[in-house]
Design a protein around this ligand. Structure first.
Ligand code: PLP
Length: 429
């Protein structure tokens, strides 16, 4: 069910009507669960581990995006735009969320995309962008793509320009997305007050454009919580750093004060949170040993039975940092919360509807599919009746042997194993 108003407006009624907002999220508040098997693995001494299930924030597409989009698309509607334009890597989750919301609101969606390491998830996203009606443009490198997007926006003023990740970039652009996560922290605080979770000592979150983390940090400061947010850099240093994070948090707080002069005057400093680096690998979306290990361990111990799955670009890296934190003696008694920013709803039926027909995409994107196969069933030509019942079919990644035992002829499964294991490149950080 969609909510009628964000907590931000309930708690600060003067903001209502002054800040654009539309209802999008369907499952608020998102649940908080205690990860006891993970606690046992770390042999905690009084410490507790929790997860904030934002992966279920929406019936179709959970994760961190729609919290931002309730405010950003509120502005799109208020400004009567005919669509949006945004950019990101060829597998961008932000772009996917844009396409889903645009379809729901009957808006046009233009996505400008640049290269990132190719995986099945990237192919899947490209197919879904097209299926959802987004118009795709290719820019190769991030800088080139940004310039192309910028030009598009100049010549198409009826399109609302959403910066990557829905966050300000180098201090420019709207703070509305960040405000979505100040609202999320108010939600967490209610759950603390209700006794669903003790006040966490540490909150771990992936930090890309850092709007998500900045909102949580600003929220903690606003409420005077003792919780320390640990954003974990999953993008290059020029973007994902503590200076930008503090700046994003302060920009959002300043905006709230502008909208309501009675809003408390506070300032976030870089000492209010703990920005973690060292888990990125050599670049954005590069898979690392630590990230893959965190994804696999959490799935085996908790995700499988609870219905969530981390991925290696964002949440795996944030979780890897949290693992190292929990491994330290001085942290064994800490209350730790992992904020899950990655969708866990099944998108497979949409993927199937695309019929894997990448030819429908603009020509420039065909090279990401031509003779590049990530799924075992594509290599083995697995019959429909077998693959439809197999857990490896359309699975999140391509290590089918991790997921189930192949029921096909041994030569076929061995061939698939050989081809796919060559594709796995893990970086040691
Ligand atoms: C799954 C996931 N987690 C975290 C992030 C990072 O959020 P932010 O860009 O606000 O730092 C993203 C951004 O795309 C994401 O897709």
């Amino acid at each position: 069910m969609q909510r009628t108003e964000p907590l931000l407006f309930t708690i600060y009624p003067n903001l209502k009507g002054r800040i654009p907002w539309i209802p999008l999220l369907t499952n608020i508040p998102t649940p908080i669960e205690r990860l006891t098997d993970l606690e046992r693995m770390f042999n905690l001494k009084g410490g507790q581990i929790y997860i904030k299930r934002d992966d279920k924030s929406h019936d179709v597409y959970g994760g961190n995006k729609l919290r931002k989009f309730e405010f950003i698309f509120g502005d799109v509607i208020k400004k009567k735009k005919k669509g949006v334009v945004s950019y990101g890597g060829i597998g961008t989750n932000h772009g996917l969320a844009c396409a889903i919301v645009c379809k729901k609101l009957n808006l046009r969606c233009n996505l400008f995309l640049y290269n990132q390491p190719l995986t099945w998830m990237v192919q899947r996203s490209l197919l879904l962008f097209d299926y959802l009606g987004a118009k795709l443009h290719y820019g190769k490198t991030d800088v080139n793509t940004f310039i192309k997007t910028w030009f598009f926006q100049i010549f198409h003023p009826k399109y609302y320009f959403i910066l990557p990740g829905g966050s300000p970039l180098f201090g420019r652009g709207t703070s509305l997305g960040t405000i979505g996560f100040i609202d999320a922290l108010l939600e967490l605080n209610e759950q603390i007050v209700k006794g669903i979770i003790p006040e966490p000592d540490a909150i771990f979150i992936a930090g890309g454009t850092t709007g998500t983390a900045a909102g949580l940090i600003a929220g903690c400061k606003l409420l005077g919580l003792k919780s320390i947010v640990y954003p974990v850099a999953v993008y290059k240093d020029f973007l994902a750093n503590s200076f930008n994070t503090a700046r994003n948090a302060n920009k959002a707080l300043k905006f709230l004060r502008k909208m309501d002069h009675n809003f408390i005057k506070i300032k976030v400093t870089e000492n209010d949170f703990y920005f973690i680096k060292g888990y990125l690998g050599s670049g954005y979306a590069v898979n690392t040993v630590k990230s893959q290990n965190a994804v696999d361990t959490v799935y085996r111990l908790e995700g499988q039975k609870r219905g969530f799955h981390l991925e290696t670009t964002y949440t795996g890296k944030a979780m890897a940092a949290m693992f190292d934190f929990l491994g330290k003696k001085e942290n064994k008694s800490k209350i730790v919360l992992f904020w899950n920013t990655y969708n866990s709803n099944d998108l497979d039926h949409y993927v199937k509807s695309t019929e894997f027909n990448y030819q429908k995409l603009p020509n420039k994107f065909h090279k990401f599919f031509n003779n590049i196969i990530f799924q075992c069933w594509q290599i083995t030509e697995c019959p429909t009746e077998i693959r439809e019942k197999c857990r490896a079919y359309l699975n999140q990644e391509y290590r089918f042997w991790k997921i189930t035992k192949c029921s096909l002829d041994k030569t076929k499964s061995e061939k698939a194993l050989e081809v796919l294991s060559k594709l796995i490149k893990l970086e040691d950080t």
